[in-house]
Each structure stands twice: as structure tokens, then as C-alpha cells.
Design a protein around this ligand. Structure first.
Ligand code: FE2
Ligand code: FE2
Length: 413
């Protein structure tokens, strides 16, 4: 859901989840759908969007529609009609689908990092389900000083996507000036590190061939490892625990942190841990080539869609061929994170010892993070239940690593 722009046509289309379309209203724009990777106009502007039209989309497994970016200014007033309508039908439709629409227009930031007394050059909003309210108004020319802690505000704190670079600069300066961090709570450094890491991986997924972001990914891993070795409890602060944060960049950082933690727990060397962490960070880079519509589809995937998703492993391998410095051990995380010891995984159906330790570790971290994150198509399970589910898959995961993983998570709770 994170992408509001279709791959085809570059940045020219903005997405609207089918759930947000207003039944009984005239469409103020042409509505496109994406099928087999091709974007095509399906409903003309001016036509009344009917229940039947919605059902047709849902029957075809389409969860996301697209509008030309040139018409994007019409979206807000159109969506507000959906809000009025939904006040009476809120129980019937999952709230987080609508919530996630707003999240597409904004970028979630971490409230722990917005400290009283600091100066910010970006506007901050509170997003509580449908309600977006401005908390701080600021831009580069007129920065604002944060007057009080924002920790008790309801909902999530978000900024406009156009101001991400200013938030990035804010985080960098927090990390650059440890002296200013003296009075900060202990967890600010790992949280800032996590926010920085997410932005690097977001850039990488937006442009997976960029050598510059690969270099930055290596720096991310080095910093994460430093942070974890400095302070054992940092793992908890490095993980994003926000229930609705199901973007691939957040997942990638979480899987890297969990893998690094597990590598450390089983006494890997620093060099081995760094190779493992880089591979885990990049493990889903192949998903950058898959449409959000398929990645977040509600309901069952058809055969072709399933194969497209599975292909993210090979797609990732192809993408990383551009980058000569990725070691074989790092590649193992990417190539083997969906393999299972029983041979029931993909893409190679490897069995037992053919799956190397980096693949085994990344597989556990990947499965755990996927289970504990809400998706448009399924609810998250609790950390405890996630571990029970993984443990019950007898034979699929390395039992010794799984024991170390459970012990590690037990320690950081
Ligand atoms: Fe994957
Ligand atoms: Fe993954």
C-alpha cells in the first residue's frame, strides 16, 4: 500500500483502494486498474460508481485503483464523501483500509524523536483513523520549536511525503550530535537509527539499481551492529512495533534487526553478522518490481499472482547482480529466506543441510515479522502466538536457531 504511484507511467498515477470508492457518487476522474502489470482505464469520469461496479472489481481480485496524478487534487473532496458514508457503515468495512489510504499520502514518524525544545522544519500531523489534524506547522523557511512532548497524542504522527528529506536531516543531526543527546532518553539513539535505516531502504526500494544506496545499506548494517553491541536492549527499540506499518522498507529493517540479533545470540563473528545483516536488509529487494495491488491483495491469490510473488527471490538476485560487492553469504539470506528444511519452500525446494545458516536465520526472522504485522488482507498475531505458530511448523525451521530466537525475544520483552 505504500506506493501511491503506479510503476507503469512512472509517477503519473496515484492509487485509491477499492474500499475508498464511494458507491452512488459520480467519479470526478477516470479510474484505472492494473491487470497483469498493465494499467488500463476501466471507468470514465462522470459515471456513477455502483455497487455492481465495486463487486466486479472485488470479484476480479482488484483491491487498488488508480487515478492520473493530474487529477489528484480531486481526490480529497471525493474521499471526504466516503467518510460521511462510512460513519454509518463503519462496521462493515475494515477501518485500516481507509486509514492506510491516508498513510499513502503521508509518512509515519516516530514520536519519541520529537523532543520538547528541539527545532523542526517540517509540519507534523496526528492521524487518528480518518482524522488528520495539524500539530505543528513548519517548513524550511519558518522552523518551529516543539513546545511539549507529543507522546500522549492519539493515533500516529505523520508528515507530508514532500517533507521526508527534512525529517531525514533532522534524524541525521540527532545522530551527528551526541552531545545534544545527553539529555535524551536512553532509547532515542536506536530509534533514530531505525528511522534512518527505514529511509535508506525506502530509497533503495524506490531505485534498487542505485549503487549509492547499497553503500548506504552497508553503513546501516554497521551502525545497527554497533548499536546492538553497545547495548543489548537496543534490539527492542530498533524494531518497529507499529501494527499498521506494513511497508516493505519497515519489514526489511525489522528482519535485519532480528537476524542480527539472532546471529549475535549464536556467537557469529562481527564480520559474519554484518554479512548476515546486509543480506537480511536486502532480502525482499525483488518486491520492488511487484505491484502493490498484488503484494497487498485481499483474498486468495490466483496462480499467476502467486508465481509473481514467489519470483521476488529471483528478481532480487537479478537486481543484486548489478552490485559487485554483495558477498555470497549475504546473497544466501536473499536466495534462501523462503526455503524450508522439509523441502516445501521456494524457489529451489532445498532440503536440510543445503539451506545455509544465513538462510535459516533470515527465514525465521522473516516469518516472525510477517506474522506480527497487520496487512490489508490479514490481522497481525501477538509475538507469543507468532512464536507458537513458527514452533508448530515442525521440521520447517532450524530447531536450535528457533530456541535461540525465542530466548532472545524473551529477553528483550
Ligand atoms: Fe520474501
Ligand atoms: Fe520478507
Amino acid at each position: 500500500m505504500s506506493t501511491k504511484h503506479a510503476h507503469i507511467g512512472g509517477e503519473s498515477h496515484q492509487s485509491i483502494p477499492v474500499e475508498m470508492l464511494v458507491v452512488g457518487e459520480r467519479l470526478p476522474f477516470d479510474l484505472y486498474v492494473k491487470e497483469r502489470g498493465v494499467l488500463r482505464p476501466l471507468f470514465k469520469h462522470g459515471m456513477v460508481f455502483t455497487n455492481m461496479a465495486k463487486e466486479i472489481l472485488q470479484e476480479r481480485g482488484i483491491s487498488e485503483t488508480f487515478v492520473e496524478s493530474a487529477s489528484s487534487s480531486l481526490i480529497d473532496s471525493y474521499i471526504s464523501k466516503s467518510k460521511q458514508e462510512d460513519d454509518t457503515t463503519i462496521d462493515k468495512s475494515p477501518v485500516f483500509r481507509k486509514y492506510s489510504f491516508h498513510k499513502d499520502q503521508h509518512y509515519q514518524i516516530d514520536r519519541k524523536l520529537i523532543l520538547p525544545g528541539t527545532k523542526v522544519s517540517f509540519s507534523i500531523y496526528s492521524l487518528d483513523k480518518f482524522d488528520l489534524s495539524q500539530i505543528i506547522e513548519a517548513d524550511l523557511d519558518s522552523p518551529a520549536v516543539v513546545e511539549s512532548a507529543l507522546t500522549d497524542l492519539p493515533g500516529d504522527l505523520v508528515i507530508n511525503k514532500s517533507q521526508i528529506h527534512l525529517y531525514n536531516e533532522y534524524i541525521s543531526s540527532l545522530l551527528r550530535h551526541p552531545e545534544s543527546a545527553k539529555n535524551m532518553p536512553r532509547s532515542v539513539k536506536p530509534v533514530a537509527m531505525r528511522e534512518k535505516s527505514k529511509m535508506v531502504i525506502k530509497d533503495l526500494l524506490d531505485d534498487p539499481r542505485s549503487g549509492d544506496t547499497i553503500k548506504k545499506s552497508e553503513d546501516v548494517v554497521t551502525n545497527l551492529v554497533d548499536c546492538m553491541l553497545e547495548n543489548n536492549d537496543a534490539i527492542y527499540d530498533l524494531l518497529s512495533l507499529s501494527n499498521y506499518d506494513y511497508y516493505t522498507y519497515t519489514h526489511s529493517v525489522n528482519v535485519a534487526v532480528l537476524s542480527l540479533g539472532l546471529g549475535n545470540a549464536v556467537n557469529m563473528s562481527r564480520a559474519e553478522i554484518e554479512e548476515l545483516g546486509l543480506g537480511a536488509l536486502l532480502h525482499d529487494i525483488g518486491k520492488s518490481a511487484i505491484s502493490q495491488e498484488i503484494l497487498n491483495k485481499q483474498g486468495k491469490l490466483d496462480d499467476i499472482e502467486y508465481r509473481i510473488i514467489q519470483n521476488h527471490v529471483i528478481e532480487g538476485q537479478n537486481l543484486l547482480k548489478f552490485h559487485k560487492n554483495i558477498s555470497d553469504n549475504s546473497m544466501t539470506s536473499l536466495m534462501q529466506h523462503h526455503e524450508k528444511l522439509t523441502g516445501k519452500g521456494y524457489p529451489f525446494n532445498l532440503i536440510g543441510k543445503d539451506i545455509k545458516i544465513n538462510g535459516r536465520i533470515t527465514a525465521i526472522a522473516d516469518c516472525y515479522d510477517a506474522l506480527t504485522t497487520n496487512r490489508p488482507y490479514k490481522q497481525a498475531v501477538s509475538p507469543f502466538n507468532a512464536l507458537s505458530i513458527i514452533a508448530k511448523e515442525t521440521g520447517n525451521y532450524d530447531p536450535e536457531l528457533l530456541r535461540a530466537f525465542i530466548k532472545m525475544l524473551g529477553k528483550i520483552k
